[in-house]
Design a protein around this ligand. Structure first.
Ligand code: NAD
Ligand code: TYD
Length: 353
């Protein structure tokens, strides 16, 4: 039985990776619904242009009539809800869009999904899942030890993570109160191809190549738990195909690295793959800048549950995934140069000035 999968935010970083994966590795019918904000790129979906099982609809998830019409026409078995405002620094500068899209938009998706699910019968009703793709940042900030588990208390600290925490609560409430078959995944920091260059890893690669300083916030000793995006996408598929409705699954790569460690590895990879003309290391471009306001110290995920219940584990190590990522940015300059020219030129965001 081939599934009908509606992917919101499918022109973004993770959403487009999910769409590309489903197009090549499954027999699902796929509909991407995306507003194409600054973060969405149709060029990330170029590999599925004219694919017989994929369609694209431009719509805002806050636009209830558009969302309802799209769902009524497509009749999804799965809604993989990824559309969101996703960047912490932008949430510091302008939290309003995060409240609209992440909270009001998720509410709009839930109401439309509920009406659709109620209209289904028999096997179609049994099959339906609303899968909310969320972040480990809802759990707050860890000290030097410990890991986030599914039962860790929520303690969001940025406008971004607070809006995602709120959306998680809405999704659970729709499951608990109305019986909507919901799933939630809370994932650690992703990296890989088609990552918008405002985020640490692509920004550092691009600034290295431009000969610019590499802005490391604070002391660079904050820790993130990195997961290659295609590993995340396989986890999402395992969860919406085989996860238990009502459950939450943490997803992470077991790859804790300090920000300095990340930047040094990028410099070392580029020293080998695209050496500077003057023969110096890209590490010479590293610079320390004012810290992010409210900067969470450490995130780290315990992904035991999804491994035990669904057999998922990451295939990439941080070294193998980062090497693939740096290679991709070297080989796909056209994708990110267009973004730098039209939408975001690499300036510092979120300084709260
Ligand atoms: P992204 O910013 O790259 O993409 C977001 C997409 O959503 C874009 O295509 C954008 O156009 C679309 N969008 C934004 N507002 C919309 C609206 N109102 N209506 C319709 N479409 C809209 O984000 P991403 O990194 O791919 O993250 C996807 C999801 O995964 C988000 O929900 C994010 O919170 C979650 N997540 C991200 C990470 C990460 O490391 N990037 C980790 C864990 C969870
Ligand atoms: P980011 O990619 O924005 O992801 P998140 O804030 O959601 O974890 O940032 C990852 C880490 O890198 C975070 O600790 C902030 C830091 N950082 C820098 O040091 N310099 C930068 O220019 C950026 C964008 C992030």
């Amino acid at each position: 039985m081939s599934l009908r999968i509606l992917v919101t935010g499918g022109a973004g970083f993770i959403g487009s990776a999910l769409v590309r994966h489903l197009a090549s590795e499954s027999d699902a019918a796929i509909l991407t619904l995306d507003k194409l904000t600054y973060a969405g790129s149709l060029t990330s979906l170029a590999p599925v242009d004219n694919h017989p099982r994929h369609r694209f609809v431009r719509a805002d998830i806050c636009d209830a009539p558009a969302v309802r019409a799209t769902i009524a026409e497509f009749r999804p078995d799965v809604i993989a809800h990824l559309a969101a405002e996703s960047h912490v620094d932008r949430s510091i500068d302008g939290p309003g869009a995060f409240i609209q899209t992440n909270l009001v938009g998720t509410y709009t998706m839930l109401q439309a999904a509920l009406d659709h699910w109620r209209s289904l019968e028999g096997a179609a009703k049994e099959r339906f899942r609303f899968h909310h793709i969320s972040t480990d940042e809802v759990f707050g900030s860890l000290g030097p030890t410990g890991l986030f588990v599914e039962t860790t208390a929520y303690d969001p600290r940025s406008p971004y993570s607070a809006s995602k925490a709120g959306s998680d609560h809405l999704v659970r409430a729709w499951g608990h109160t109305y019986g909507l078959p919901v799933l939630i995944t809370n994932c650690s920091n992703n990296y890989g191809p088609y990552h918008f260059p405002e985020k640490l890893i692509p920004l550092m690669i691009i600034k290295c190549l431009a000969g610019e300083k590499l802005p490391i916030y604070g002391k660079g000793d904050n820790v993130r738990d990195w997961l290659y995006v295609e590993d995340h996408v396989r986890a999402l598929r395992a969860v919406f195909e085989r996860g238990r409705p009502g459950e939450t699954y943490n997803v992470g790569g077991c790859n804790e690295v300090t920000n300095i460690g990340v930047v040094e590895r990028i410099c070392d990879l580029l020293d080998a793959m695209a050496p500077r003309a003057d023969g110096a290391s890209y590490r010479a471009q590293m610079s320390f800048v004012a810290d992010r306001p409210g900067h969470d110290k450490r995130y780290a995920i315990d992904a035991t549950k999804i491994g035990r219940e669904l057999g998922w584990r990451p295939l990439e190590t941080f070294d193998s995934g980062l090497a693939r990522t740096v290679r991709w940015y070297l080989d796909n300059r056209g994708w990110w140069e267009a973004i730098l020219k039209q939408r975001y030129a690499g300036e510092r965001l979120g300084v709260n000035a």
